[in-house]
Design a protein around this ligand. Structure first.
Ligand SMILES: [Zn+2]
Length: 440
């Protein structure tokens, strides 16, 4: 289908902070054919959608989401016998369609909330690869998916036994990369450090798990195939190992010193913040998060490290991207708008820069900025429409009026919300944190 979207207040996602009023965007064969003032004559006889002054933006890009979960805090995903049984079931022939239908449901929620590209970050049994193929073949409508299959880590590393496969031998880890490549992954996800729940000591989250040798073995093999590598990394020591090993994106991140800043620059690596799980786990009452005192303390250490580290990165012109870490406790598939909101609120950047980051910068990090991430002639029509001005208030992104992905129109996007989680997260919106000193 071809469309004329007229009377739009256009925010094109490039670093131009202005809204262009009363614009008309022509979409032909899934791509943006022209952008001009609504007053100019349009030749094409396409379906006209009058946006009546609503705001037209590029679709959001979520750089870090696991596709299997709803974000509902759940005992069965927090370890123990229930988790073991669940993971065992997922790996049976009966489990495959179950996990695939869960993934399909969650990516549909994400798309209908305005996310037109997702880089998934470790899922079970290559479900992400299968669903990506269904989307690409046109069997289902979904966001553009960039997928790694299961994460790769050392024995006892983060996600081992759930969304990651493990081995301690560097050669075997490199072989995993080979077989992932054969199965059709788009990039490789590794877990260099542990996570909040894996920590054994107060004050020491993000314990380094993978050695430099293991990390390097994975990165070298991946780069040989032209695949990028992202690493779950929640401590400064872990960042050093990850960057020395050659990773392309440091996920979550932590405090940076001069040495780490230099390594980011030398590698041309990006820092991907995921405030969406870190903030509620650190700041909501343990009666909601069900975390023990050590985990609450460590969550605060991780949040501090992430915010301070990313602000240092921005100051030093290191690329900072955004992801939600969906499927973590309290991170739903449909809350990318919160990540954008947190970025402006806690990291001292403008609303316009936060949207620019969640669109074009994220596309640049993925290396797909030639096809998506902004509203420019020749790019795929990955678009969203919202009623209110998001530059004035990013909460406007919460209710998306229309979504278009690759020119496919979703006229009245709907998805199921978890009202309890919404209510808990909304309580964080007016929270004052000590961050945000820098304005960009
Ligand atoms: Zn993650």
């Amino acid at each position: 289908m071809n469309y004329i979207l007229k009377n739009a207040n256009l925010f094109d996602g490039t670093n131009n902070n202005d809204i262009q009023e009363n614009m008309c965007v022509v979409v032909e064969n899934g791509k943006i054919k022209s952008i001009k003032p609504s007053s100019e004559e349009i030749q094409e006889d396409y379906e006209i959608i009058d946006l009546q002054g609503k705001y037209l933006l590029p679709g959001l890009i979520n750089l870090h989401a696991h596709l299997f979960g709803t974000g509902k805090p759940s005992k069965s995903l927090g370890g123990g016998t229930m988790q073991k049984l669940l993971v065992k079931f997922i790996h049976t022939p009966l489990g495959k369609p179950v996990i695939d239908s869960m993934v399909t449901k969650h990516i549909t929620s994400a798309l209908n909330s305005g996310v037109t590209t997702i880089r998934s970050s470790g899922d079970f049994c290559f479900s992400d690869v299968r669903i990506r193929d269904k989307i690409n073949s046109g069997e289902i409508i979904g966001p553009r998916l960039i997928v790694p299959g299961p994460a790769i880590t050392c024995v006892g590393g983060h996600g081992d036994g759930t969304f990651a496969i493990s081995n301690d031998d560097p050669n075997t880890l490199a072989d995993y990369v080979k077989s992932h490549k054969e199965k059709g992954v788009d990039y490789i996800k590794i877990c260099v450090t542990g996570g909040v729940m894996d920590a054994k000591k107060k004050g020491e989250p993000g314990e380094v798990k993978m050695t430099l040798e293991q990390t390097k073995a994975v990165c070298d093999m991946a780069h040989k195939f032209g695949l990028k590598v992202a690493s779950h990394t929640e401590s400064s020591k872990g960042i050093e190992v990850a960057l020395d090993g050659g990773v392309d994106t440091v996920e979550h991140g932590s405090f940076l010193d001069e040495n780490l800043v230099q390594k980011f620059k030398d590698n041309n690596s990006a820092f991907i913040v995921t405030t969406s799980p870190a903030l509620p786990l650190a700041k909501l009452s343990p009666s909601i998060t069900k975390l023990n005192e050590m985990c609450v303390y460590n969550s605060n250490v991780i949040l501090d490290g992430m915010v301070n580290g990313a602000m240092d990165a921005l100051k030093n012109n290191i690329t900072v991207g955004l992801g939600t870490d969906a499927s973590c406790p309290l991170v739903t598939p449909y809350d990318m708008w919160r990540e954008v909101y947190y970025f402006a609120k806690f990291y001292g950047v403008s609303n316009a820069f936060a949207i620019h980051t969640a669109t074009l910068v994220n596309a640049q990090i993925l290396g797909i900025d030639n096809i998506t991430g902004s509203i420019e002639v020749g790019k795929e029509a990955d678009l969203i429409v919202v009623k209110e001005n998001p530059i004035e208030d990013l909460k406007a992104l919460r209710d998306v009026d229309m979504v278009m992905v690759g020119g496919k129109l979703i006229d009245s996007p709907k998805y199921e919300r978890n009202e309890q989680i919404d209510e808990w997260l909304n309580s964080l919106i007016n929270m004052k944190l000590k961050y945000g000193a820098m304005k960009n």
